[in-house]
Design a protein around this ligand. Structure first.
Ligand code: SF4
Ligand code: FES
Length: 202
């Protein structure tokens, strides 16, 4: 076992565990959006940041991907962590301003508006890719995928056609942290139109 500290609490992790996995074992809350225990972490949303301290020195790391080491001191809710999370939430709000879930989370951190440019006021998807990973790694059908790069990146079906492999299990809807998949499943199955997000339609 690997001993270290989270918020003054002595904890122990198994070899290979991340900070987030260890925190979960001890009931210590770290906010996440793109993490799900059933699939490999991707580090897409960065909301799970924590601070690692050593004397006067400290750094911010992504807890869902940072492997624990003996003797670490981790702070999950320090002023620096909360500042970074507020900044990340502002960036995410600019990406998907229409997500009620994200607005609620931002409000909890005192973020009521974003200073970043909003490209599409109707967008709900943060492009975290969790729906894609769950569809591929858990359901095993790869009905949806990430298409394009940069500003053209979106979540959709191969060639934008209704998916024949979709089994309508709803896993993508249930894991989606922003609610974006709720309005897109029918179009993936070819049962209706996707919500008209300009670059992220399914
Ligand atoms: S639809 Fe939801 S789960 Fe999929 S990439 Fe967008 S925010 Fe993430
Ligand atoms: S939960 Fe860790 S980066 Fe998204």
């Amino acid at each position: 076992m690997i001993p270290f500290k989270i918020n003054e609490q002595e904890v122990e992790a198994q070899e290979g565990w991340t900070i987030l996995e260890t925190a979960k074992q001890y009931g210590i809350h770290i906010p996440t959006l793109c993490y799900h225990e059933s699939v490999a972490p991707s580090g897409a949303c960065r909301l799970c940041v924590v601070e690692i301290r050593e004397g006067d020195w400290s750094k911010i790391v992504i807890s869902c991907m940072y492997p624990v080491q003996s003797g670490l001191t981790v702070l999950t809710d320090s002023e620096r962590v909360r500042n970074v999370r507020r900044w990340i939430l502002e960036m995410l709000l600019a990406e998907c301003p229409a997500s009620k879930e994200l607005q609620k989370l931002a409000t909890e951190y005192g973020v009521k508006a974003t200073r970043f440019t909003i490209k599409n006021p109707e967008e709900e998807c943060i492009l975290c890719g969790l729906c894609v990973r769950v569809c591929r790694e858990v359901v095993g059908v790869s009905a949806i995928t990430t298409i394009g790069r940069g500003v053209h990146k979106k979540i959709g079906t191969p060639y934008g056609k209704p998916s024949e492999s979709c089994v309508a299990c709803g896993s993508c809807v249930s894991v989606c942290p922003t609610g974006a998949m709720r309005t897109r499943l029918d179009s993936i199955r070819g049962l209706g139109q996707a919500k008209t997000g300009h670059s992220h339609q399914a």
